[in-house]
Design a protein. Sequence first.
Length: 440
Amino acid sequence: LLASTALLRSNENITKVIILDKDDAPVDSGPLRGRAGTPQDQHIHFVLEGGRQLIEELVPGFTNQMIKLGARPRDRTEDCHWFRNGNWKVQYENGTKLLFGSRMMIDRAIRTLLLAEFKDRLEIRWGSRIKGLKYTKEEYDVCGVEMADGNIVDADLVVDCLGRVSPVDKWLVTAGYTEPEVDSVNIDLCYTTQIFKFKPEDADRYSDGVFCYPDPDSKRGGGHMRVNREAVPEGLAEDGYEYSVVTLFGFQEEKPKCKTNEEFMAYAKHLNIPELFDVLSLGTPIYDAPKPFAFPDIRWKRYDKLAVLPRGLVMLGDSVCRLDPTHAQGMTSAARQATILRQVCGKALDKEAPYTNIHADLAKAVRLPFLMNAIDGNKFSKTTGYKPPMVSSALWFLEKAFDAADKEPKVFSSILSVANLESSPLQLLRPDVLYKILCA
């Protein structure tokens, strides 16, 4: 959806953008419902401020539409309580909001706005299954896609948004192109989610968001996010209750293996903090069993390093780089890539100009979040795969920064600004911030 609006806004001469989606058409009214193509949509989702700003530029009205659908804007340090490095971080009014909602809500908000604005230029073909790419005979460039039923969809530009399971790199090898290198960090993550309902007087006893992150000595984490009843999927919300989405996660040997709600509660009881278990003990789960999701690695397919790729093809989002979902940066990274696609679309469409690999431009949106994820993933001794330069020094500095964030609002604001992809990591090296970090 973000790629489509990037293309439509980049050039008025683009007369039609077609989205090919393998899922059945969703009903964009009534209760939210998950889709088979987005199995992670049951878990905690909130929109980081950096991502919200970019999506708002790509899809004007996004924030208001989210709130209309039931999203809950919450101050990220006053309404949320964060635990990391053995301590709670300082609470204060920050002024910057997180949009508490759901993946289903985000999809509906963007899709509704885009179909209303570009009704004559945007088409979504549901139930579409792609078999491969179509190439020109002369140049072996991409000029469309071949569908599973044998039909061909011609296109001047194909954007691969198939996600983490995208086979496009394999299709390119079959066509004679070089397979991209892959930088991967094997974090071996699993997370599992349940939605709890609470009596209003019980829900008001805790912060709207409680988030506990692992450290090298404990590989367990979790969070609860209080949501409006509109964010509860499948019409399961009842009048007279408040609701929280609760996700528990763990790495390597401490992955949650919760098949029952009793096992879910037992895992929550052994987090670094008792508060999350205490919250859950006041509520009642609405699903018969928690919903798990496995995430083996962070992965960046380095299309930007290839000397030659076919014209008429761009890879975007998780098809290029999938990030640790516990950092909640994936959607913001995708919005950053879509913003760059909007800027370089002319290069992608001009097949007469000298060849340039526009993935070198797109890599600018990927490099920082990938390095941040890779550094954090390497805090565990059993993590294998890519190790960023000076990773030990970076981890030491991050530990110092989070220690300072126990008491220093300026430091914690700087950390969150970087983590939310609003600011460069150089924000942490400003003299007034660095002094507080080094004195922690």
